[in-house]
Design a protein around this ligand. Structure first.
Ligand code: SF4
Length: 336
């Protein structure tokens, strides 16, 4: 499978009044053609910053790139001018956000917003663009598209607005769609319909998808591969089966254990992950999960674990998997 996107050792910080926040600390991953890669993790782990950095939608300043590359079809997006990025954003990479109300113009009819997008990217007359707008709404299964193009965003339900957002993202038939929590604001039935729609469009348009979410149910449904982020780093990546059936990192295991499942009895509490991630003003020298990890060892506190491979596409960043782990493990957290 050819690679559409390769992120290499990406580092992003924010300058704030109190100092520098190291939001993304040297992450590397790739996305293949027609592949769906999910990025999961708690709020503040750096997943949305990563997504926005690919589109170069981060506010600069306070954000700035400290290092690394974002290669899209082999070209480093960090070397592009704003004009070149505008071209790429419009035509080759699109993004769908969590809340369509903040992305749609409330004062403009839905049809006019799609027509505007179409005419920006394709050489179409007004009439052709209007016809295409109807087809786009039909493509994302908005009923009665001829009538609905004349309505405003507030006349659409949450699910229908998200369909419109997807239609807008598809205007340019992008090679890569970045969906940042696309179904978080929707109820479960509508969520399933939107995910199904994204899968259908992916097949039809040969598109790759990066799915940013904290919802592991959505991940299981949609993704080929999963990247788990914690405190600005990738701590594990693998196929959906690797992550769900053979998780290697204690954080991934705790994340999976915190999800409600059908066999959970009503008296059984959900296993929340106690504590909070470290302060990224002063990132830890060692493993960022140390303070919350029930398997932490002395070495974890001061020494950053390297990635250890568990197979072709599966790796995690944890001292437990080091070949010497048995001896290291004996030191125990008490010895710290
Ligand atoms: Fe826990 Fe140590 Fe592994 Fe970090 S490196 S997750 S502290 S066992």
């Amino acid at each position: 499978m050819g690679k559409v996107l390769e992120v290499k050792d990406l580092k992003i910080s924010f300058k704030t009044f109190f100092g520098e926040v190291e939001a993304v600390r040297g992450i590397s991953f790739d996305v293949g053609k027609r592949e769906t890669v999910a990025i999961v993790g708690e709020s503040g782990c750096g997943k949305s910053v990563t997504a926005n950095s690919i589109m170069q939608l981060l506010p600069m300043p306070p954000a700035f790139f400290k290092g690394g590359e974002i290669l899209f079809n082999g070209e480093n997006l960090l070397d592009k001018t704003e004009k070149e990025m505008k071209e790429i954003r419009g035509n080759q990479i699109s993004m769908v956000f969590q809340d369509p109300m903040t992305s749609l113009n409330p004062t403009m009819k839905i049809g006019d917003q799609i027509v505007e997008g179409l005419r920006e990217h394709r050489k179409l007359t007004q009439k052709e663009a209007e016809q295409k707008a109807i087809e786009m709404l039909d493509l994302v299964a908005v009923p009665q598209p001829e009538k609905r193009i004349h309505q405003y965003p507030h006349e659409f339900s949450g699910g229908m607005r998200q369909r419109v957002m997807i239609a807008l993202a598809m205007v340019s038939t992008p090679q890569l769609l970045i969906a940042d929590e696309p179904t978080t604001a929707l109820d479960v039935t509508v969520q399933a319909q939107i995910l199904e729609l994204m899968k259908t469009l992916q097949d039809r348009l040969d598109m790759s998808i990066i799915l940013i979410t904290h919802d592991l149910g959505v991940v299981a449904d949609m993704s080929d591969r999963v990247i788990v982020m914690y405190a600005g780093q990738i701590v594990e990546q693998g196929t959906v089966d690797d992550i769900f059936y053979r998780p290697g990192h204690p954080y991934t295991r705790r994340l999976l254990a915190s999800v409600p499942h059908p066999n959970l009895s009503k008296d059984e509490p959900l296993q929340a992950i106690e504590g909070s991630p470290p302060d990224l003003y002063v990132p830890p020298k060692g493993c960022a999960f140390y303070d919350r990890c029930d398997r932490a060892m002395k070495i974890c506190k001061d020494h950053m674990p390297e990635f250890i491979s568990h197979g072709d596409s599966h790796c995690s960043r944890c001292w437990l998997h080091h070949p010497m782990a048995k001896q290291v493990q004996d030191l125990g957290k008490e010895g710290a």
